[in-house]
Write a protein that binds this ligand. Sequence first.
Ligand SMILES: Nc1ncnc2c1ncn2[C@@H]1O[C@H](COP(=O)(O)OP(=O)(O)OP(=O)(O)O)[C@@H](O)[C@H]1O
Length: 254
Amino acid sequence: MSLLDVRNVHKSYDNGVEILRNVNFSMERKECLGLVGESGCGKSTLARLILQIESFDKGSILFEGTELQNKSERSLKPYRKNIQAVLQNPASALNPKLRIKDSLMDPYLQFGSQVNLKYFTYTSEANFIGQLLETVELPRSFAERYPHELSGGQKQRVTIARAISIEPALIILDEPASSLDVLSQAALLKLLGGLRETLDTSYLFISHDLSAVQEMSQRIMVMKGGVIVDSFEKEQLFCSDRHSYTKELISMFE
Ligand SMILES: Nc1ncnc2c1ncn2[C@@H]1O[C@H](COP(=O)(O)OP(=O)(O)OP(=O)(O)O)[C@@H](O)[C@H]1O
């Protein structure tokens, strides 16, 4: 059974324009699947549907074989625990009034009874927070800071630490590095790559940057105008039978 199955999904907003059309793909455990496409093609919309933040018009999304749409908030809770997200803008993802330690504790407190940690250990709050900060290569002393006392890259590391704190099966990374400078981007992608192997988690890695997607992912999907126009193993990126739009994206980064 696949970890995630997205089947024939269609999504439109109130104006009736279809933003996603017949989106189909599956994800396996422990894999990193890349989703690339230009701004506005529907990548973040798809992320919101998988996260069950928005509903869709047709099709189905199954997590470990269970249909998620139309489930009550209560029955969605185990899935919410297992599907976490790291989004583009870390500043808006962290509550400015909370110390870093309190933001980091939030998922663990919210999902307490469902959290079955394999990598981290919870002996005390301070120790748990310390492990999380060290895993994302931040000093333990950052626990006492507020978000405005951290750089953009450091804030993004905190949002990653928060996402991994409950060891979800799937993390949706929606342009996680695009608000950072080139050096910080490279360091963050390296960190994320290492974490996936350590934690045995799956990533849906979303970006408009084909080179970042290629670096991170084992398989790549290309989206254009709400349609997945191409899908292939990373090694097949430069094959001659790639979709013309994939070739266009390649020519932009070569
Ligand atoms: N709530 C909404 N109501 C109406 N249209 C929306 C809504 N949210 C998104 N859209 C439209 O859906 C389309 C896809 O947006 P989406 O944010 O999914 O694209 P994206 O590929 O993630 O872009 P980016 O890389 O710039 O974040 C856009 O045309 C956008 O204007």
